[in-house]
Design a protein around this ligand. Structure first.
Ligand code: SF4
Length: 190
């Protein structure tokens, strides 16, 4: 199964603010052979260690910790090192990054897929065909969550919702006298 879903940061990553943020590893040059990032000041952030992390929901991932070899005297520090909750003064601070490589790789593959010709077509069709029905079911019919467990039961619930949605659409068409004609006239075949 291939996903064609926009990464959560997709829209944000197109903004000028994001693109100009020199503190983001996405805006640094990755040096494949050395497993290091090259920052805006031409210094290297080398991989120092990896560790396992676990989210509150139990998702486990491996993260790599990168630290800059030397940030002393860097005139870009204020724009590169974020966060004001450190006791150390800015002059003594060093830039570091944490990257989940597997997650990053999957996100890059996902981005490639959604910006491909096939991905653009699929996304366009989804917004035309599925999003409206999804919004009607969620907001108008107030369907916020499944009340049953198991794939089979959830599928039955989806089928019932789809039937209810289609009956509602048909009802509207009958009310507006458009049930027996196409919304956009069908072109005659040549
Ligand atoms: S603060 Fe460090 S990592 Fe950031 S640009 Fe300066 S030297 Fe590079």
């Amino acid at each position: 199964m291939k996903s064609f879903i926009k990464p959560i940061n997709y829209e944000k990553s197109k903004t000028r603010k994001w693109k100009n943020d020199i503190g983001r590893f996405e805006n640094m040059t990755y040096l494949q052979g050395e497993d290091a990032y090259l920052c805006a000041n031409g210094r290297k952030l080398k991989a120092e260690r990896t560790y396992q992390s676990k989210t509150k929901t139990g998702y486990k991932s491996e993260k790599t910790y990168y630290a800059c070899e030397d940030c002393t005297g860097c005139p870009m520090k204020e724009n590169c090192i974020h966060g004001n909750h450190f006791k150390k003064p800015m002059e003594e601070r060093t830039k570091h990054l944490t990257v989940a490589k597997k997650f990053l790789r999957q996100r890059q593959e996902d981005r490639k897929r959604i910006t491909s010709e096939e991905g653009i077509e699929l996304r366009m069709n989804r917004s035309i065909q599925a999003e409206g029905a999804f919004a009607d079911i969620k907001a108008d019919m107030n369907f916020r969550r499944f009340l049953c467990r198991g794939t089979e039961n959830a599928l039955v619930a989806v089928d019932l919702l789809a039937m209810a949605h289609n009956i509602q659409k048909l009802h509207h068409k009958i009310q507006h006298g458009t049930a027996s004609r196409h919304r956009i006239p069908v072109k005659e075949a040549a």
